[in-house]
Ligand binder design. Structure first.
Ligand SMILES: C[S@@+](CC[C@H](N)C(=O)[O-])C[C@H]1O[C@@H](n2cnc3c(N)ncnc32)[C@H](O)[C@@H]1O
Ligand SMILES: [Mg+2]
Length: 212
């Protein structure tokens, strides 16, 4: 059944983590996924890179593409400044429902707005339907063949401005070569690569930061 593993992760968190303590929820997701069943959270090692780049950017408007169970959203929400807004887009309704419960259990429901649907449909509505003028920080972690199209969509919708940061996961594995080539050669982005490993494994991977 779709979502079985995701429900098992949620159940493990509810049984073992401290309700209202987001760090405890994050730690227990890592514990379950490193010891019991692998899952596609950004994970503890790359999560520290996400935290570092996020803190350096200190964004006011944050967008995540690909919520899954809410793991990276919980990392991000803990670092948000009080006035910041944070939207995360998830296409799979089962994953979105698990993320909602995970975030509610962690006590961060008021800091994270989950938008259910595809990035293709939601990004063009961010300004009209959600009052977003510019996005300061985008964590890109959805389907890898969408990284480049959604980067261009964000540009075409006028949502990026000078200083906006794109941070893309999995640029080595599974890889997003068209996205990497674009951000590194278009002349619009200053790029930094952060080598690491695929979550909960020894397989090489990396995050790429592109600052416009
Ligand atoms: C790798 S997981 C996200 C992991 C999450 N960022 C974390 O670290 O906890 C990718 C998620 O993106 C979602 N997704 C894939 N393509 C999408 C799209 N075009 N629009 C919205 N969500 C998408 C998938 O359903 C999946 O839940
Ligand atoms: Mg990823």
């Amino acid at each position: 059944m779709a979502g079985e593993k995701e429900h098992r992760i949620l159940e493990f968190v509810k049984q073992n983590a401290v309700s209202g303590d987001p760090q405890s929820v994050v730690d227990h997701i890592d514990k379950y996924c490193s010891q019991k069943e692998w899952a596609m959270n950004v994970g503890d090692e790359k999560g520290l890179i996400l935290d570092k780049v996020f803190k350096e950017t200190n964004p006011s408007l944050v967008l995540e593409l690909g919520t899954y169970c809410g793991y990276s959203a919980l990392r991000i929400a803990q670092l948000l400044k009080p006035s910041a807004r944070f939207f995360t887009i998830e296409i799979n309704p089962v994953n979105a429902a698990v993320a909602r419960k995970m975030i509610e259990f962690a006590g961060l429901k008021d800091k994270i707005e989950i938008l259910e649907g595809s990035t293709e449909h939601i990004i063009p509505r961010l300004r009209t339907d959600y009052g977003v003028v510019h996005v300061d920080f985008v964590f890109m972690d959805h389907f890898k063949d969408r990284y480049l199209v959604d980067t261009k969509l964000l540009e075409d919708c006028g949502l990026l401005k000078k200083g906006s940061v794109l941070l893309a996961d999995n640029v080595v594995y599974p890889g997003a070569p068209d996205f990497l080539e674009y951000v590194r050669t278009s002349g619009c982005y200053d790029c930094t690569n952060y080598p690491a490993h695929v979550e909960y494994t020894d397989q090489p991977d990396a995050l790429e930061k592109g600052c416009i």
